[in-house]
Write a protein that binds this ligand. Structure first.
Ligand SMILES: Cc1ncc(COP(=O)(O)O)c(C=O)c1O
Length: 388
């Protein structure tokens, strides 16, 4: 009898998002149940700005959708560089920018460029669940720093210094972060960078939510040094999740490695999306994206206090993105069971804490709110009925 070939142990070790189980559960709700209110996926509902859609239509009509350079179209890289100059007064040469298939490919490329097998990468807990998998896929060793609410769920320089060992190669942090929406201050990031530079390591900053800060202006951590690696994306800022386009900024000396990796792993990012994304930097697209951001601010102002009134505790106030990471231990001793009950009985979907943390996961859940206000209001009305 012949034996079937199986998936690798590494692939088998990757677990699915628990969020998917909640979403699968929602699909099994009775046919006559009212549609769910989803606060579960980190994805804006809005369309991409009109100039982006028009540029895509024009590119399609011209019919020239061939491979581009592995690091992307020069015109797009120049537009990204100009955006850093305009918004943050940071001079980034287009030669340091590589366009990628979303922040996801950016994270993979950045890690592939700096990690040797067996190298440790410091990641935060709570944090974005895929980070661990990127490190593991490259033969690295993820090591978590249990970040604390009193520090806005961000690492401190002291914690980084303490966690750094002889085999540590990099720290990956996100600011604003998923699942918390919390940010690291520029001053603390400076200190963290110093700790890392003293140890000849890399600071990888995932800045996918940088342009979705609620109040005031925050600069990219690229302002600290040319040696910071920054990962970014069109997905959230411009509501372009399905266009699969992002970018990386790296120091000059890393660019040849990034280009070779990108050539081999991807050939090039999507040409159609790149041609469209140039238009994301038009003033009209910027206006639309700013309007989306303003809506997230309004949604946060409504939803976060409304949930707090229901007994959800917010250990750290989000400063950007569209998430709240709540401690629900006053309502349940098992946040996953609560997410299941909210799905079944209230028709409201939330993401269980165990997708994002291994520290007291049962206490936490993540609420995602890039949804129309009316939907959020409906959700709160259902939750109010559920908890009363
Ligand atoms: C912190 C963080 N980084 C990266 C990503 C991946 O985004 P992209 O769609 O650009 O691949 C996400 C998506 O949710 C995210 O939350």
């Amino acid at each position: 009898m012949s034996r079937l070939a199986l998936a690798s142990a590494r692939a088998e070790a990757i677990r699915p998002f628990y969020v998917m189980e909640i979403m699968g559960r929602a699909e099994r709700r009775p046919k006559d149940a009212p549609p769910v209110v989803s606060m579960v996926v980190g994805e804006p509902d809005f369309p991409a700005p009109a100039p982006v859609v028009q540029a895509a239509a024009q590119a399609l009509a011209e019919g020239r959708i061939h491979y581009t350079s592995a690091i992307g179209l020069v015109a797009l890289r120049e537009a990204i560089a100009q955006d850093y100059a305009d918004r943050d007064a940071i001079q980034v040469s287009p030669g340091r920018i590589a366009v990628t298939a979303g922040a996801s490919a950016g994270l993979l490329l950045a890690m592939a460029a700096v990690i040797n097998p067996g190298d440790e990468v410091l990641i935060t807990d709570p944090g974005y669940p895929c980070n661990r998998q990127f490190v593991l896929a490259l033969g690295g060793v993820p090591k978590t720093i249990a970040v604390r609410p009193e520090n806005q769920f961000q690492p401190t320089a002291e914690e980084v210094a303490k966690a750094w060992g002889p085999n540590t190669r990099a720290l990956l942090l996100a600011s604003p972060a998923n699942p918390t929406g919390c940010m690291v201050s520029e001053a603390e990031a400076q200190k963290i960078f110093q700790v890392i530079e003293d140890r000849a390591g890399w600071l990888i900053a995932d800045e996918i939510y940088l342009r979705l800060v609620f109040a005031g202006h925050r600069r990219s951590l690229l302002c600290i040094s040319e040696n910071v690696i920054s990962v970014n994306s069109f997905s959230k800022t411009y509501s372009m999740t399905g266009w699969r386009l992002g970018w990386l900024v790296v120091p000059d000396r890393l660019m040849p490695a990034i280009e070779r990796l990108s050539q081999n792993l991807f050939i090039s990012p999507s040409t159609l999306s790149q041609k469209a994304a140039i238009a994301a930097f038009h003033p009209e697209s910027r206006r639309v994206a700013d309007d989306y951001r303003a809506r997230y601010v309004g949604q946060a102002q409504y939803l976060l206090p409304a949930l707090q009134n229901l007994g959800f505790r917010l250990p750290a106030q989000p400063e950007g993105a569209f998430y709240g990471f709540f401690d629900v231990s006053a309502l349940t001793d098992d946040s996953y069971a609560l997410c299941e009950a909210l799905c079944d009985k209230a028709g409201v979907l939330m993401a269980p804490g165990k997708d994002f943390t291994e520290v007291d996961a049962h206490r936490y859940l993540r609420v995602s709110f890039p949804k129309p206000l009316a939907q959020l209001q409906k959700g709160v009305a259902r939750l109010t009925a559920f908890f009363s």
